[in-house]
Write a protein that binds this ligand. Sequence first.
Ligand SMILES: [Zn+2]
Length: 91
Amino acid sequence: MKTRRERIAEMISETDMSPSEIARAMGMTVRDVLEDLVHISRSRKYGTLLVMPARCLKCGYTFSPDVKIPKKCPRCKGTWIEEPRFKIEKG
Ligand SMILES: [Zn+2]
């Protein structure tokens, strides 16, 4: 039996996914997905978590890579934000 985190790690070792995509695929809330991703990023057993940072779709501002979904762009104050995407690189 695989744990939920192992299943998430397995999914994103094949293709990069956003928290909303993972939440949909797993039947979880985005909040729980982000919590699992934080644990995955801190543990070595899953491999290395790569973060493709969130981006403002209005002005193109790129956020720093983080396991978070920003609400607002610091540059243009826009709220049209593309979620970060996550991928596991196996060591
Ligand atoms: Zn912006």
